[in-house]
Write a protein that binds this ligand. Structure first.
Ligand code: NAP
Length: 229
């Protein structure tokens, strides 16, 4: 029998409104959580060997995926690198090399994409990141995780979304923990994505979560779920 390959532990962190929305219909980089929540996101990122993001969130939010100085220093004191590896996933590969992440050198950037990435983009990105391009039209997320473990010694991945990537990982049983902040707002709107995106389809099987921690700070609730496999 073929042994099951080992993959890193995947911990996803999201914030959602009381009515389950993670953003508005225009996918605007909405700022609906507190400073405490932002610190929570940074702390979760600091615990990981790699931080993972989908192309749309990277583009929309234009994030660098670094860490505040105190958390960088704490990692160094523990014998770790300054910041986790930064990993981007994209099927089409049309990633703009002028995004802020490419102006910051806090940690290496790894891009998993396909041969659909235009040559010109490949040339531009090669100077700023390591590219892993597969021949298939779509990435295999399980293989990507195995590669992160085998080639980069990644044991823990902080998945920061967005919902399209999170859903794909969830459908394949690749998420182990969900840190969920419930923020005191409601947005409404059928076209505003929820945690599992916009798809009208049910998940292939319902995902069972086990609540392992719950804290409140002000009007926000910080939940930690273990995902049952
Ligand atoms: N509230 C929160 O906690 C939170 C967290 C994160 C993001 N967000 C919000 O979510 C919105 C974006 O979410 P989204 O669902 O549209 O986008 P997303 O998941 O960030 O990115 C989707 C894109 O990532 C790539 N991708 C996703 N899954 C893939 C897979 N299995 N294989 C290969 N590539 C994959 C594809 O890129 P290509 O199109 O290039 O092929 C896809 O179009 C933004 O507004 C952001 O602000 C909110």
């Amino acid at each position: 029998m073929k042994a099951k390959k080992q993959r890193p532990l995947v911990v996803a962190t999201f914030a959602m409104t009381v009515d389950g929305k993670v953003t508005t219909k225009n996918l605007a980089p909405v700022d609906f959580t507190s400073r405490q929540d932002k610190l929570h996101l940074f702390r979760q990122r600091a615990l990981a060997d790699a931080v993972l993001i989908g192309h749309t969130s990277l583009k929309r939010d234009n994030v660098r995926l670094g860490l505040p100085a105190e958390l960088q220093e704490a990692r160094i004191r523990h014998g770790q690198t300054r910041c986790p590896l930064r990993v981007i996933v994209s099927n089409k590969g049309r990633i703009d090399d002028r995004l802020k992440i490419f102006q910051s050198d806090v940690s290496p950037i790894i891009i998993f994409s396909t041969n659909r990435m235009p040559r010109k983009t490949q040339k531009a990105l090669e100077k700023k990141a390591t590219l892993h391009l597969c021949k298939a039209k779509h990435l295999d997320l399980a293989t990507m995780l195995e590669r992160l473990r085998d080639q980069y010694n990644v044991r823990t991945v902080a998945c920061e979304g967005g919902p399209t990537l999170f859903r794909a990982m969830l459908e394949q049983g690749l998420v182990d923990q969900l840190n969920l902040t419930v923020a005191p707002y409601m947005f409404g709107g059928a076209r505003a994505p929820t945690l599992t995106g916009l798809s009208k389809e049910f998940l292939p099987a319902s995902v069972h979560c086990s609540l392992i921690d719950m804290r409140t700070i002000g009007d926000e609730c910080f939940l930690t779920y273990r995902i049952k496999h």
